[in-house]
Design a protein around this ligand. Sequence first.
Ligand code: NAI
Length: 457
Amino acid sequence: MSEIFDVLIIGGGPGGYRAAERAAEGGLKTVIFEENKFGGTCLNEGCIPTKTLLNSAKLVRHAQESEAFGVKSESVQYDHAAVIARKDKVVKTLVRGVEVAMRHENIKVVRGKAEIEGRNDSGFTVTAAGESYTGRNLIIASGSKTAIPPVPGLKEGLESGFVITSREALEEKDLPKQLAVIGGGVIGLELACFYASVGTAVTVIEMLPKIAGNTDPDICAQLMKIYGKRGMRFALSSRVLEVTKDSLVFEKDGQKETLACDKVLLSAGRIPSTAIPGLEKLGAEMNRAAIVTDRHLETSVPGLYAVGDCNGKLMLAHTAYREAEVAVNHILGKADEIRYESIPSVIYTDPEVASVGESAESAKNKGISVKQVVLPLRFSGRYLAETERGEGFLKLLEDEDRKCIIGCHVIGPYASELIAGAALMIDSALPPERLVRTVFPHPTVGEVLRDALFQLI
Ligand code: NAI
């Protein structure tokens, strides 16, 4: 009889490769199937490549504004081809790192498209590259793909290359002069920020009355103000009517506007990518394209798990990591469960935006009585030393009844780094009196978080 594995994993992105690492370390015989490159969207066409581009864009802005800091940089030249080449180098290194991590005695890597044959008393059977593999547990980590809204001309535009998604944006050798961005969410804002910093005229068209989804409204307003000053245009509460060969037509307040542009970036959301041949044979509960999971990431079928974007919960690479750890712990019989409440999210604009937990509005909707502290980042010596304009601020929210931190929202430099401290505060559920005993290094921007705690005591 052929070998029966402990775990089969479909997909080698952050959810899949972290599950393979944890399973192998836990002594489970594991098979991981990947038809493309390891690293998934995050490494190949998402988190990492965008951060390399955004860092180059930040350098451009710093050079342009350096005089205020006593540094003259007379001619700032941006070389897009060199930036893309550097991005490719970074991505290659990290993908190789994941491939090396998969070289574990308990992991078998199968290159090819996985097809699910079914499930019997021995477990789940998956076929790929002409071989069949049976595992007692199956983890689906198949990721997500760009959502394409039903806008006339959009499909044709994608075919002709006039409309691009984040994937193509990261490969394009030339910069557009005029860019129209459909969707003012995370991807739209990060790429709009990049293009605007390197000289492209950018207009963001968002159908809702505000950008950045559930992000704190004051932070959204601040970000729009900062980007407005740098020349970016926002059309909110706007409906895209049509994409033509060289323009985008939208409607705002009953007025039709034609925006001439040489590229359109589509960033109107992502949907779970779950068209795995044979998945339907397992009969797992679905919510449209998303695989429904519980707090152990198990689906309605015992032994079948779904981690990362494919379950549609919180499409973030670090969520996928944690979900993978929880799923593997459940397989190993270790007590663990996911807590989405304390998972931070970041928008890597310049300045950065980071949040975790409840906002004043979401807390109110849940009937939680909240005490909120708002502090300018100017309270930090390092912020003043490194920044000329006092645009940054931090909000910290306490549950007045439970006496613990339930939310934090920041706009400013290092926001992405300091938010982990706030996530720990929420996760620990310790009272502010206890939390302030932790000493923060000085000078750091994060000290403002500790200052805010004092105001809650
Ligand atoms: P999103 O859901 O963040 O934003 C999409 C935006 O497009 C929404 O504001 C929506 O109202 C708007 N929209 C939808 N249809 C539209 C239309 N026809 N016309 C105008 N506006 C329209 O989705 P996004 O930015 O594509 O990102 C996808 C996923 O990737 C998200 O779950 C995000 O969390 C994740 N991501 C995370 C990053 C990070 O953590 N830094 C970076 C990039 C992506």
